[in-house]
Design a protein around this ligand. Structure first.
Ligand SMILES: NC(=O)c1ccc[n+]([C@@H]2O[C@H](COP(=O)([O-])OP(=O)(O)OC[C@H]3O[C@@H](n4cnc5c(N)ncnc54)[C@H](O)[C@@H]3O)[C@@H](O)[C@H]2O)c1
Length: 324
């Protein structure tokens, strides 16, 4: 049994990562500022699930707070740190670029410095994003030069990857940068299409589809992502690794039909012309994750979408008035 730190433990991926570690008998210390970027009842629900495990403790506060991070690391030593706290929405980063840099880059710096000051191991799994590949040729491979991020969010993640490299070089940190591709699942983020679509289909609210709805995304189920992050906690030096759905990109319409079936309601669709700047398909090359981590996504989209919509139905008592 080991002890791990999960930053952003009330977030979508942080919660699932913490849960899998706890279910495996490990101890998890979490930290999250529970900010209101989206409906905080989702964060409370996730924390309630984690609180069922005696091995879970958490701190409420900001990763940019040096005194707090010293306290958090005093609760170690940690076998590894899963750094999942971040400002994660692409669109909102256009409104708040400074906030994104403060949290995603300076926040990481605060975590790295607190880690350096502690006596524990220096292993960090850093959450990064497929958004870095926008505009580059597919399938997206880790070696592509991701030097042209097209949003402050992507730029802040690129900066975070670079900063982690310098701590690897200077101070011997062992870093796994995991680039996630469109993560979905139960208790997902309400700023992303799966949960919004369930909500709108259930309520008969029109969904706007740009183009024919056949554009595909490399959707990856949250349990697969969390397993991949945990597999990446082994010693690797410094590696960047894609964690994506692999060979089964799914169309938006495919996802909508899967939700309709479980929710027992038809989506009301509004069609708008396709935006030429939208990517038609996204597709991860995951051969490196296979090779280095022995990782493969195992949850088929049909099953993952069913679980997502079923979770919505099971939580109707509070999710039905979800704030979007
Ligand atoms: N969900 C995806 O599809 C996706 C794709 C690529 C990368 N990522 C990355 O994965 C990580 C987790 O994303 P997620 O989808 O779980 O997002 P999320 O917003 O659900 O989780 C992030 C958590 O971090 C917390 N947080 C934010 N700022 C903080 C701060 N200053 N101090 C302490 N806690 C703070 C939030 O309250 C939230 O609970 C992020 O780094 C994100 O950029 C996610």
């Amino acid at each position: 049994m080991s002890r791990y730190l999960v930053t952003g433990c009330a977030g979508f991926i942080g919660w699932k990562t913490a849960e899998l570690l706890l279910a495996d008998g490990h101890e998890v210390v979490g930290v999250d500022d529970l900010n209101s970027y989206y409906d905080t009842r989702l964060k409370s629900w996730r924390l309630e699930q984690l609180a069922r495990y005696p091995g879970f403790t958490s701190f409420e506060g900001d990763i940019r707070d040096e005194a707090l991070m010293a306290k958090v690391f005093a609760a170690g030593p940690f076998e590894a740190v899963f750094h999942l706290a971040a400002r994660a929405g692409v669109r909102y980063s256009l409104e708040q670029p400074k906030l994104y840099f403060e949290v995603n880059t300076l926040g990481l710096l605060t975590v790295l410095d607190a880690m350096r000051a502690s006596s524990g191991p220096r292993k960090i799994v850093l959450a990064s994003t497929s958004s870095l590949y926008a505009g580059l040729p597919m399938p997206f491979k880790e070696e592509l030069p991701v030097n042209t991020p097209i949003s402050p969010y992507a730029a802040s993640k690129k900066a975070a990857e670079a900063l982690a490299y310098s701590y690897h070089h200077l101070y011997g940190f062992d870093v796994s940068v995991t680039r996630f591709f469109t993560v979905y699942g139960p208790a997902g983020r309400p700023d992303m299409s799966p949960l919004r679509f369930c909500h709108w289909i259930y309520h008969g609210t029109p969904l706007t589809i740009y183009g024919d709805g056949l554009q595909t995304r490399d959707f990856t189920f949250v349990d697969d992502i969390a397993r991949g992050a945990i597999a990446a906690a082994k010693p690797l030096g410094y590696e960047v690794i894609n964690l994506g759905g692999g060979n089964e990109p799914v169309s938006l319409m495919g996802m909508i039909h899967a939700f309709e079936e479980v929710l027992g309601r038809k989506a009301v669709l509004q069609h708008e012309p396709e935006n030429p700047s939208d990517m038609r398909h996204t597709h991860a090359d995951i051969s490196k994750a296979r090779r280095l981590l022995g990782w493969e996504p195992v949850v088929k989209p049909a099953d993952g979408f069913r679980q997502t919509a079923q979770w919505y139905l099971d939580n109707l008592s509070w999710i039905s008035d979800l704030q979007l």
